[in-house]
Design a protein around this ligand. Structure first.
Ligand code: GLP
Length: 244
């Protein structure tokens, strides 16, 4: 695991974009694993800029998102499909038919989750998986206690996640209680992992996930065992690392 500490959020976003640019230029038909949340927004802005400047193209690439709320339609402004369209897909040259976000309205969710896993396999697996970090150490929506070999499935959201994510909804009651999420086993199969964390609020959970022993109590701690994981932090998120 490689840890890169940047001065601030803007530097973090540029560093993450540099890592992705290198891979996309080397393999135009790359399979991207994408994340939602506030943290990758700066990275997506950078990727849009570099796409518009002709530095990178997404024409041949495919993308798979980590998760989606159960029950929300793709047109719902709180859905992760909507988030991806507005914050990335609408602004780059990717073919929309090559972008996959779990379908929160699938009628047979278990069958759908199996299909999503197969779709990733058939695409040749994920080359680079972007991750954010939940306040309780979750990655995608794999809450504490999720098995390290878990696959794409429905996950009940932890109370802290419901509270953290309520900022995007009118009230806590509006936050869906269930989500479809790639499993930790699914995520760990990505050839490269790029975990981004910003802000002092996450400094303690960053320390627990990166420095404490690997444990299902802190889902992101499994990244310590990935053969090619890069963690990009800003100074605030890294402030408790290294015995501090
Ligand atoms: C949600 C997403 C996660 C994301 C997390 C942190 O729970 N399912 O994939 O990493 O939020 O979000 P933020 O970057 O806004 O702190």
């Amino acid at each position: 695991m490689k840890v890169i500490i940047c001065g601030n959020y803007s530097e973090l976003s540029i560093k993450a974009a540099d890592i992705m640019e290198k891979l996309i230029r080397a393999k135009p038909a790359i399979v991207l694993g994408l994340a939602t949340g506030s943290t990758p927004l700066g990275l997506y802005k950078e990727l849009i800029k570099r796409n518009k400047e002709g530095i990178i193209s997404f024409k041949k690439c495919r993308s798979f998102n980590l998760d989606e709320y159960v029950g929300l339609s793709s047109g719902d402004a709180q859905s992760y499909r909507y988030f991806m369209e507005k914050n990335l897909f609408d602004h780059i040259d990717i073919e929309k038919s090559n972008t996959f976000v779990p379908d929160g309205q699938a009628s047979d969710i278990d069958a759908y989750c199996r299909w999503y896993e197969q779709k990733i396999q058939k695409a040749g697996g994920i080359d680079i998986q972007v991750l954010g970090l939940g306040g309780d150490g979750h990655i995608a929506f794999n809450e504490p206690g999720s098995a390290f070999d878990s696959r794409t499935r429905v996950q009940k959201l932890a109370p802290q996640t419901i509270e953290d994510n309520s900022r995007f909804f009118n009230s806590m009651d509006d936050v869906p209680r269930l989500a479809i999420t790639m499993g930790i086993g699914t995520i760990m199969e990505a050839r490269k992992i790029l975990l981004l964390v910003s802000g002092a609020k996450k400094s303690l959970i960053v320390k627990k996930c990166l420095e404490a022993p690997v444990s299902e109590k802190y889902p992101a701690s499994i990244i310590q065992k990935h053969p090619d994981a890069v963690v990009v932090l800003d100074r605030e998120a890294a402030s408790l690392l290294g015995g501090k």
